[in-house]
Ligand binder design. Structure first.
Ligand SMILES: C[C@@H](NC(=O)c1ccc(Cl)c(S(N)(=O)=O)c1)c1ccccc1O
Ligand SMILES: [Zn+2]
Length: 259
């Protein structure tokens, strides 16, 4: 099934091939801070990326993705809303067009320029990522807002190699990158039960959205926008931008806030 972010194949038409698009725990959502409930038994988030091993960076025609070796518990998050440690599998971004918003989650209706998603899976309960990706507690995604401001000193490691994955289907080695350098100083978060924000939209994600955005420069965001949705041999060059799904109905879900 071909899907995308255009007029014909974009988020408003995904329900045709992925009926769960109209389900009861879809993502992203608009987060309203003063409607979120502070939950005393929400412990601190614990992120352990010390033995992090990135493998490659690729353009999948929807976003730019950095994949990790998830054969053991070397990079995990635990605590917060999680009952088990969840293993880091990949991270990717969503962003807008020049001067437009591009995040998926919004905060009181406000969007950010971009949003980073660190995708983790529950390797205690499930044998593979594929199996976890369809289970209600299978995935945990750490969402981090990017706002425009100063240059991000470590994001250069990624933006400097984007030219090697300009076209859909391109992939290059990208070893030894540790995403803890992309975390903001505070790990305060909102959390709720949701879904993948891209097809197949499985309702299998425990979302953990950090309250503090990181700052990246307009120039660095511009590098993301030089990526293409299209393949090298495709003579129609479509810039990769506005690859975000808009907020979905809350349908009675509770959003909790860390203390
Ligand atoms: C675009 C890309 N999506 C993911 O890989 C993806 C996986 C898990 C999560 Cl939890 C998310 S998200 N955005 O909710 O964090 C995104 C994709 C989708 C389908 C086929 C190929 C392909 O590359
Ligand atoms: Zn995402």
């Amino acid at each position: 099934h071909h899907w995308g972010y255009g007029k014909e194949d974009g988020p408003s038409s995904w329900y045709k091939n992925y009926p769960v698009a109209e389900g009861n725990r879809q993502s992203p959502i608009d987060i309203v801070p003063n409607e979120a409930s502070r939950d005393r038994d929400l412990g601190p988030l614990m992120i352990n990326y010390d033995h992090c091993t990135s493998i490659n960076i690729s353009n999948n025609g929807h976003s730019v993705v950095v994949e990790f070796n998830d054969s053991d518990d070397r990079s995990v998050i635990k605590g917060g809303p999680l009952d088990n440690p969840y293993r880091l599998k990949q991270f990717h971004f969503h962003w807008g067009g020049k001067g437009h918003e591009g995040s998926e989650h919004t905060v009181s209706g406000k969007g950010f320029a971009s949003e980073l998603h660190l995708v983790h899976w529950n390797a205690v309960k499930y044998k593979t990522y594929g199996e976890a990706s369809t289970a209600p507690d299978g995935l945990a995604v750490l969402g981090i807002f990017l706002e425009t401001g100063d240059d991000h000193r470590w994001l250069h490691m990624i933006t400097d190699v984007l030219y090697t994955v300009k076209y859909k289907g391109s992939i290059t080695d990208f070893k030894g990158f540790n995403p803890k350098c992309l975390l903001p100083s505070s790990l305060h978060f909102w959390t709720y039960l949701g879904s993948l924000t891209t097809p197949p939209l499985h309702e299998s994600v425990i979302w953990i959205v950090l309250k503090e955005p990181i700052e990246v420069s307009e120039k660095q965001l511009g590098m993301l926008r030089m990526l293409l949705f299209t393949e090298e041999e495709d003579n129609q060059k479509m810039r990769m931008e506005n690859n975000f799904r808009p907020p979905q109905p809350l349908k009675g879900r509770r959003v909790r806030s860390s203390n």
